[in-house]
Design a protein around this ligand. Structure first.
Ligand code: 8YV
Length: 330
């Protein structure tokens, strides 16, 4: 029997390619670069499945030229790269990779928070530049983290893992804002209190963003929201570029409207707003919150399980638009 043909859109662990090759005829991106939409569409010709990352865009325009495609398996929990209604209309299943990256991403939230509040990268640049000549009482004095108030916007799995670390490890008061409130038992177990967005912005010492990106979360933090924050506050964006208005944030950092920010995601990444590169009070990382080898292996394994489950058993693990599976002819 001929194996179904799939496309692996990004360089990935060799064992993942090997594993997929047992079940599929595989074409894989060998280059350390992403394909343009045109090239992706051309390479998807004759392919029934795709192994993707959260930055490979699937929309109606792409799908109109990929009549054979049946499934796009994302190696990421976020799936704002998928136009799900367009995929459903085209009969293409989308899957994501939840849970396996929750704890690692929450760890990184604290890495960014600590680095930002305690000015770790700024002080390292100073040291490397040979500027450290003497002790000073206020040399890179930063903001306290333990015992302060953490405001989390977006209280899904990652938000909850961050809240647990904050309350249990750092003795922080945790307040959160989310589309829907958690049940009382969950709130109690993670020691987090639901508040309105305005109250959160006004009272938090540190604000952490872990909400999914959608049209309704676009620019959740812009100039008006930054104006509500304490001048001593820090802002951490672990979620998605576009949730923060990066130009407004750069201005708020330049004028010290807020004290500092830590950003792992950017509007238009991998491009970064040049204004952010000129302010010292921001820690910038290249979308690496889930980047440990163990977690990236687990994310890839879940994408593999989705492809294998779909083609061999008609049972993907984490379907985003399962209605496609029951559509006539699927
Ligand atoms: C990925 C992520 O590294 O899972 C997500 O939503 O943002 C990251 O963990 C990225 O999307 C590439 O797939």
């Amino acid at each position: 029997m001929t194996k179904p043909a799939i496309l692996i859109c990004r360089a990935i662990f060799p064992e993942v390619v090997e594993q997929l090759s047992q079940h599929f005829t595989v074409e894989s991106n060998q280059a350390d670069a992403s394909w343009s939409t045109e090239e992706l569409q051309q390479r998807l010709q004759g392919k029934v499945g795709a192994f993707m990352t959260g930055t490979d865009k699937v929309n109606a325009a792409l799908l109109s030229g990929c009549p054979d495609l049946k499934i796009c398996a994302n190696m990421s929990v976020g799936y704002n790269n998928f136009d799900l209604p367009a995929m459903t209309a085209a009969g293409v299943l989308g899957t994501n990779a939840p849970d396996v990256l929750t704890e690692t991403t929450a760890d990184f939230g604290f890495a960014l928070l600590m680095a930002t509040a305690r000015r770790v990268t700024e002080s390292e640049h100073f040291l490397r530049a040979g500027k450290w000549t003497h002790w000073r009482y206020d040399l890179f004095a930063g903001a306290e983290v333990h015992g302060t108030t953490l405001g989390i916007i977006g209280m899904g799995r990652i938000g909850q893992a961050i809240a647990r670390r904050a309350a249990l490890g750092f003795g922080m008061q945790v307040i959160y804002h989310n589309r829907s409130r958690l049940d009382a038992a969950t709130e109690d177990s993670i020691k987090a209190r639901f508040v309105g967005k305005e109250e959160l912005l006004k009272t938090a010492d540190h604000v952490m963003l872990v909400l999914p990106y959608s049209a309704s979360s676009h620019h959740t933090i812009g100039a008006a929201e930054l104006a509500l924050m304490k001048p001593t506050a820090t802002l951490i964006n672990l979620a998605r570029g576009g949730i923060v208005d990066d130009a407004a944030l750069a201005e708020a950092l330049r004028t010290q409207r807020i004290a500092a920010a830590g950003l792992d995601v950017f509007e238009g990444e991998p491009s970064v707003n040049p204004a952010l590169l000129t302010v010292p009070n921001v820690v910038l990382t290249p979308h690496i919150a889930s980047a440990t080898i163990g977690t990236r292996r687990a994310m890839a394994a879940l994408a593999v399980d989705n492809l294998v489950g779909f083609f061999l058993h008609h049972k993907p693990v984490t379907a985003l638009n399962p209605e496609v599976l029951t559509k006539k002819g699927a």
